[in-house]
Design a protein around this ligand. Structure first.
Ligand code: F6R
Length: 245
């Protein structure tokens, strides 16, 4: 695990954009793993800017998002599919059918299990993920692998922890239905990516970052699993790194 500390959140986004562009420009059929949430928004803005200034093309890129809420339509304002369309896919030249986000609209357990299995197969068929972008939850989650998730877990249904539901409440309108379940890549799935780049910014993430980098390998801090990955880069701003010794 390599830890890089940069002065600001903007620098973190630029660093991540350099890594993404490097993968796209060195692979014939690059496969990216993508995340949603507040942290990667600046990265996606930067990638759109680089596409617009012709520094990169996503024409041959395939992408797999980490997770999706269960029980809301793809077209729902808060779905992760909508998030990705709005923040990245609609503004670059990626082929829409090459953008995968777990299909989780159904509330039927068997349909969701099949969807999770199919997702794993699609990742394999694409040749595996070259670079997985990650954020980290306040409780140390990656994707929606909440504390106690197995390090061997694969794409599956997860119940969101109370702290995650509370943290994501800000994205939903007053009285709007907020899902408590998600379909998420597993920790085992994430660890199979050829390389991983976790971004964390802001003081609120400092404790989770410390547990991930300096704590023991523990299912109570799912991100600590990244200590096992030879090509995991953790890129932090000074605030997120502020509790590291
Ligand atoms: C979302 C995801 C989550 C977020 C995490 C941090 O696809 O995988 O693990 O990365 O909840 O979210 P933000 O960036 O909003 O603090």
């Amino acid at each position: 695990m390599q830890v890089i500390i940069l002065p600001s959140a903007h620098d973190v986004a630029l660093f991540a954009a350099d890594r993404v562009v490097d993968v796209i420009n060195t692979k014939t059929n690059p496969v990216l793993g993508l995340a949603t949430g507040s942290t990667p928004i600046a990265l996606y803005k930067e990638l759109v800017a680089r596409y617009q200034s012709r520094q990169v093309s996503f024409r041959h890129t395939i992408s797999f998002n980490l997770d999706e809420y269960i029980g809301i339509a793809d077209s729902h304002q808060q779905s992760y599919r909508t998030f990705m369309n709005q923040h990245l896919f609609e503004s670059i030249d990626i082929v829409a059918t090459n953008t995968y986000v777990p299909l989780a609209e159904s509330q039927n357990a068997d349909t969701l299990k099949k969807s999770a299995q199919d997702y794993e197969v699609s990742i394999q068929q694409a040749g595996g993920i070259d670079l997985q972008i990650l954020g980290i939850g306040l409780n140390g989650h990656i994707g929606f692998n909440e504390p106690t998730s197995s390090f061997a877990s694969r794409t599956r249904i997860k119940t969101l922890s109370e702290s995650t539901v509370a943290a994501n409440k800000r994205f939903f309108k007053e009285g709007e239905y907020q899902p408590h379940l998600a379909l998420t890549m597993g920790i085992g799935t994430i660890l199979e990516s050829k390389s991983v780049l976790l971004m964390a910014t802001g003081k609120a993430k400092a404790e989770a970052v410390k547990a991930m980098v300096e704590g023991p390998l523990s299912a109570m801090c799912p991100a600590s699993a990244l200590q096992l990955h030879e090509l995991a880069t953790i890129v932090l701003d000074e605030e997120a790194a502020s509790l590291l010794t």
